[in-house]
Write a protein that binds this ligand. Structure first.
Ligand code: ADP
Length: 455
């Protein structure tokens, strides 16, 4: 296993070495080719010049002598090539010894000249006929002087130096880049290890300009937040369930014991109070059961055309007794004659509005007001339920749809199970509808549901 930093550095380095090598080979081959072509050109010009020289010599003397053009020997010796002059019958007039060149000090130092001895023969012409031949021999197809060799060497050195320098720069850059990746990824992976070990408070606030790592960072933080919240809910769930069950059981037990001991009279009023506790207990179990069905996705849903205006008006009527008890005024606003049809399960939708209206009444003070508004905006049907009740604390707002979540205020004073809104949310999800809530503590709350209309 490699660390991401090591792996990235190795990859960048291998790619750069390959790129540098390829560039070096390409540059070297191109320069060599061009240079050799240039040298061959020069050599051809030299050969022409030598032939022309001997043609001039013949033109002047009209015959070959044993020293004709021998002044060229010096130049030939200095430039590392040998000349042999032949007459028209290819009989040798004079020649230079190739071994003289081989023995030269600087010649030994130039490795490329220690190769095979090559000779080229060129005809010497006078008045259109061949009067002799000049043979030019050398130890390489192309002769390079010490300066030429030095020039080639310095180019190769330049290429080598640029490779070395670019690799050095690449190593520094790759270390820097790989650090940019490895540090945040290592941090995020440490956080995920902490989370998996149960440390739900572990968070990261690293700064990065890499989009994917930024997303990874924020999602791991959100995950931590959610795990922490789920953990809190789980702990609350156990204490809430035991509390919810214990309270009615204790009341029942105490009252029954008091009746058995003859402290409390066994009359209709006492029995009705005990029955209320049994009903409360039953309600809690029913809600838990409904929720279990939703969460295990075993709930069956029968969708049909539902005229929301009719459904809402009948539900509002059903609440008249509860409203009267608290002297709450309910105002139902809708435009008659408009189409408010949606596709849904009537019973489940009824449950949604009952839960929301019960909450509105439950969390309203005596003589409060509740507005139920039904409107249609294009293809959207919007139901809002607004109350002038106690409102919801800012810190409770994000969690009120969670299982068994109850606002701190309502927890102690107002009866409830913390399941009503969870059920509402689950039913609305099945109807592809959305719900949102706005609330101000002490002023009231407004729940808004958006459905898709049908004709
Ligand atoms: P329950 O009402 O049984 O406590 P719900 O799931 O229906 O459970 O509601 C969750 C919490 O949301 C409540 O405990 C309460 O704090 C808050 N809440 C819901 N509706 C209202 C409302 N209309 N006004 C004020 N608080 C509300």
């Amino acid at each position: 296993m490699y660390s991401i930093r090591k792996k990235l550095s190795i990859i960048i380095l291998i790619c750069s070495v390959l790129a540098a090598l390829l560039t070096a080979i390409f540059v070297n081959v191109t320069i060599n080719n061009k240079f050799n072509k240039y040298m061959v050109d020069i050599q051809n010009k030299r050969n022409n010049r030598i032939v022309q020289y001997f043609e001039e010599v013949y033109k002047r003397d009209k015959k070959w002598a044993s020293n004709s053009g021998s002044e060229m020997k010096h130049e030939a010796y200095m430039s590392d090539y040998c000349l042999t002059l032949l007459d028209s019958n290819k009989k040798m007039i004079w020649m230079m010894d190739p071994n003289d060149i081989k023995g030269k000090e600087h010649f030994k130092a130039l490795s490329n000249k220690s190769g095979v001895y090559i000779t080229n023969s060129f005809p010497i012409k006078y008045n259109g006929s061949t009067v002799g031949y000049i043979e030019i021999g050398q130890y390489s197809s192309v002769l390079l002087s010490t300066e030429d060799m030095n020039f080639k060497l310095s180019i190769n050195k330049g290429i080598g130096a640029s490779i070395f320098l670019s690799l050095l720069i690449v190593i520094i850059i790759s270390l820097y880049i790989s650090k940019q990746f490895s540090v945040p990824i290592r941090e995020v992976s440490n956080i995920s290890v902490n989370l998996s070990n149960g440390d739900y408070n572990s968070r990261t606030n690293l700064k990065t300009d890499i989009l994917e790592i930024e997303k990874l960072k924020s999602s791991i933080n959100t995950l931590g937040e959610k795990l922490k919240h789920q953990d809190l809910l789980r702990k609350r769930l156990i204490s809430d369930i035991s509390h919810e069950i214990r309270t009615p059981l204790n009341i029942l037990q105490n009252n029954l014991e008091a009746m058995i001991d003859g402290i409390f009279p066994v009359n209709t009023e006492q029995l009705a109070a005990l029955n209320d506790e049994v009903i409360r207990f039953g309600k809690l179990l029913n809600n838990l059961n409904t929720l279990k069905k939703f969460e295990s996705e075993t709930i069956s849903i029968n969708k049909e055309k539902v005229p929301l205006n009719e459904l809402l008006s009948s539900i509002c009527d059903d609440f008249s007794i509860a409203l009267n008890e608290k002297n709450i005024e309910l105002i139902y606003n809708t435009k008659s004659g408009k189409n408010y049809n949606i596709f849904g399960d009537t019973d489940k939708l009824k449950q949604v509005f009952i839960n929301l209206l019960s909450n509105a009444i439950k969390f309203s003070n005596y003589s409060g007001k509740i507005w139920v508004n039904l409107t249609r905006v294009k293809e959207e049907i919007i139901v809002s339920i607004r109350d002038t009740g106690i409102g919801i604390q800012k810190e409770d707002l994000p969690f009120i749809f969670e299982r068994l979540y109850r606002g701190d205020k309502s927890r102690n004073k107002i009866e409830g199970s913390g399941l009503g809104l969870t059920i509402v949310k689950d039913i609305l999800t099945l109807h592809s509808a959305s719900i949102n809530v706005e609330s101000e503590e002490g002023k009231g709350s407004i729940f808004t549901i958006r459905f898709k209309a049908i004709n």
